[in-house]
Design a protein around this ligand. Structure first.
Ligand code: C2E
Ligand code: MG
Ligand code: MG
Ligand code: MG
Length: 290
């Protein structure tokens, strides 16, 4: 290496770093405005009973369409919200939108549980439990209509605190799911202490179930193990990211309870989901009347 080329390289990385830094800052600024002006919205993805194919609940997924940059995915803006502390306002907005949607659906004769995502930072935020209770009271909703999804790694970050917060949420009827299960590092001793209802098997394992993958048998066995772990802890299982009939059949034969994924339904806007739910309700009524 010549000193000059080394200097050039340092320059190059500095420039690249500051470009990324600028981009991040610009997203942060815009996100702050988007939250304040309520420009975020939710898509809903049905979770179906694997045996009957019937929709059992839905997951709310945050969407952000920026006027300049177009649609910015949650995998980009959620980490930025977490780093900058905006996540608390974002989560509060998500809770309000979820509650408003429950009210709207209830008024059209549809009652269905909505699961929404919280981040590790939310669990650390001392006002979370108070705010959620306050929000559901303001909208006149029962906690039973809500489910909170927290990732395995978030749940395991500070287990003593997690147990405390989740217990408080359960006190007003909220159900709890561990999201992306199998991807983090769970302590099995702690897992049995967490007051949770569902394990959501990370889509990574589901995506590698096809025989094209060298490790598909390993993945099959991992999924089998997660399902039997869930059974011994009395938890139900949800497989996320089901895309093919083959994945669906495998999960069904392994005894997984519920599934989500584009094999069933893509995430969709609320009005589209309303139509779907009303059609399901009509079909169910017709079957009963026959
Ligand atoms: P997640 O909670 O694990 O959500 C599942 C992700 O899988 C969603 O991505 C969903 O659109 C996607 N998905 C659905 N079906 C399929 C499929 O068949 N195949 C594949 N490959 N993917 C599928 P999305 O909406 O981009 O969200 C990504 C992540 O961002 C979420 O993962 C969640 O961790 C986070 N997130 C989304 N909305 C919120 C929110 O309101 N608050 C927080 N804190 N995090 C959120
Ligand atoms: Mg989730
Ligand atoms: Mg997940
Ligand atoms: Mg995920």
């Amino acid at each position: 290496y010549s000193a000059k080329s080394e200097r050039n390289q340092v320059q190059f990385y500095k420039r690249k770093f500051s470009q990324q830094e600028n981009k991040r800052r610009s997203i942060e600024k815009k996100l702050k405005v988007a939250i304040a002006e309520r420009h975020l919205h939710l898509f809903y993805q049905p979770r179906v009973d694997i045996n009957t194919g019937k929709i059992s609940s839905v997951e709310a997924l945050c969407r952000w369409d920026d006027a300049e940059s177009g649609s910015i995915p949650p995998n980009i803006f959620i980490p930025i919200a977490e780093e900058t502390g905006l996540i608390h306002e974002l989560s509060q907005l998500v809770m309000e939108m979820v509650c408003q949607q429950l009210v709207d659906w209830h008024n059209t004769g549809v009652d269905i549980t909505i699961a929404f995502n919280l981040s590790a930072k939310d669990l650390k935020y001392f006002d979370l439990v108070h705010n959620l209770r306050d929000t559901i009271n303001r909208y006149g909703i029962s906690g039973k209509m809500l489910e909170v999804e927290i990732t395995e790694s978030a749940a395991m970050t500070d287990v003593i605190n997690t147990v405390k917060v989740l217990k408080q949420l359960k006190e007003f009827g909220v159900k709890i799911s561990i999201d992306d299960f199998g991807k983090g590092y769970s302590s099995l001793a702690y897992l049995s202490q967490l007051p949770v209802d569902n394990l959501k098997i990370d889509k990574y394992f589901i995506s590698r179930l096809s025989p094209n993958f060298k490790d598909h048998m390993v993945n099959l066995n991992i999924i089998r193990t997660i399902i039997s772990l869930a059974q011994s802890l009395n938890l139900s299982t949800v497989a996320e990211g089901i895309e093919t009939p083959n994945q669906y059949n495998t999960l069904k034969s392994l005894g997984c309870h519920m599934g989500q994924g584009i094999f069933f339904y893509h995430p969709m806007p609320a009005n589209q989901l309303s139509k779907l739910l009303q059609r399901e309700a009509r079909l169910a009524r017709n079957t009963i009347n026959q």
